[in-house]
Every structure is written in C-alpha cells, then in structure tokens.
Write a new protein. Sequence first.
Length: 366
Amino acid sequence: MSPAARLLLCFPSLAFARKAVRSGLDLRLVVDAGQRALFAPFAADRLTLVDARDETAVAGAVAQVVLRCGITHVLDGEGFPATRVCPEFAEAPHVLADDRRLEEVLAPSRHPMVRTRVVATAGAVPGVVAEIGLPAVLRSGDDETVVRSGAALAEWARRHEHRPGPFAAGEFVPGPEVVVTTLTHDGMHRVVGVTAQRAVAHGVRYLFPATVGEAEAREVRATVTAMLDLVGYEFGPAETSVVLSGRGPRIVRARPGFGSRGIARLIEVTTGFDVQTELCRALAGVPVRPPAPRWFAGAEFPRPPSTGVRVLAEGATPEIVEERLDAARRRTLTCGDTTVPACYVRNTGAGEVSGIEDGRNREPEL
C-alpha cells in the first residue's frame, strides 16, 4: 500500500466504510451526527460528526479533515470524487456529470457525444427537439421514449405537462446500448464491465456481460477510456452509456460514481468483483484485474420505479436469462403485491429451470 494513500469518505454506507477498512486503507469518515452509534465500531479519532443538512458545516468539516490528516482522496457515499485535494483535476468529475460540457469536450473527437439537452419543464422539450431534430429520445428519470413525429411529440408533452422535471431530449442514434463500468486510479482507467441495456415494455432491462463481438468491445473500451482522458478524470468510478451505432460507438451520457446498484450487482454476481472494494484495493496498491464472467445475469427495473418490484435472473446463456426475466415479470405483474422488493431467479445445479423466489432476504441491497 502506498503510504500516501489516505481516504476520506463522506456520508458512506456502513458497508462501504467496512470495505475500505478491510482493504487496509488509512480511512477517515465524515458522518451525520445522528449516525454516531452506527459507526461506533470505528475509532472515535477517525470519525468527524456533522449535521448533514448544514452544507456550510459539511464543507468546513471536510476541509479540516483533509488538512489535519493529509487526505489524498475524497469520495462521497455514491463514489463521486471530491477533488479539492487535487485542484488541478477539480473540474473533471463535474465535466463528466454535465452533459452539455461533456458534449463540448467530445465535439472534436473521433466519436462525438450524442447531442442532449436538459430542460426544467415538459413544455420546453418541443423547442429543444426543434433544435436537435426528429426522431428524438426523451427521458424523464428512468422513463425513456422515442418520438418520431410532431404528433407523437405533442402527445408526449401533453402527458408530461404536470410532471416534475428535469427532462432530457437527445438525438436518436440507432443501435444497441451498453453501459461501461470503469475504475480510475492515478489516471489509469480499467474497464470492469460492459452491460447491455435496453428498454422493455415495463421498464429497463440489463444483461451482463453484454454479447458484443471482441472487435466491437475493444472499440467501446477505447472510446470510453479516451473520453475519460479528454476530461482529465484521474480518480474514481464511472458509468458511461454508449450506443453501438453503424458509424462506431457514440457516448450518450457519463456519470462519475458507482452508478446503478443493479449493474454493479450483476458484475459481482457473475465475477465476484465488487466495484467499491476494488476501488479501495486500488488505492491500497492492488492492481485492478476484473475476472472474466463465467455465466450471465440480468435485471429488470420497472417504470415507474416507485412500484418497488425488481427482477433478477441468472443462467448459462443470455437466452435463458431473458426467458427467466420474462417469466418473472409475468409473475410480478399478476401477483399484485408491490411490497415485494425483488424476485430472484437462479440457475440451480439441478437443471435449467428454477422457480421465482422472494428476493427480500437474498438480495437486500439491490
């Protein structure tokens, strides 16, 4: 472990803090005063208690810990890197999180970003679409719709006029979409997973690993790591959505942080690779070497997400996983119990067909 690696976690989950300690890091924590008992296992001199609702107090506490303890890396609970300890790279996470700024950075590159505009109200979307052109992809939270005509756009605006924003309108680029999970340390980017993503009738579905050819996978990895280089991203996790268009990969959006817990869980299920642990281990000097997945796993998240029903499946082939997700979805649609947080379909050793189980205890964090 590099003796200079000192990590400060701001308002992490207890599980994340444990992973950092188990990785051998010199760890400090800024936590809410009301969570004193929860973080009691950690030495008192490593805890700084603050009112999480007081932004000024939080900023002051972080600055004091960084100065007093010689902190080299700062992360919040979602994995967003606070780069105040590395001023020369302070802007990179914010550029990565801002679609408009990222689009400007990538405009002269080989694979420019898919044009996207974010507005506060549904009423402003038609004006943005007039700039981008039809067809367009409209997003509100996890909801995604492709509109191909003025009539369809008007109907979408009518249905969303009373819903809260923000709303995103993007250029429609045909092709399958994947989500690329990366870990970066000292400017070295490691692709730890490429997950297929597609819209389905009742939500969004993920499959890991994505079934793409090796040549296409290499181009996707190169595109994402080049993007991270262009913005100067030196440290932290990230998730990047990419469309595999006929003219090469096109970046749809990127976000610093651990991203979707569902995607991270699929990677862990099939490889044993936990992105939070491995980022901490990288800080401790252990090379990031994600193992190859040996089978497939999928998840489906509903729209609207408030229904609370999430479906997971595992299988030896993508087709088996898709069949199990379809079966689980039919089951959840007919059971009428939206209090069940997950249905889990696993690949038992006895055969290729397994039942649908209540995943409340099996997958409590997904």
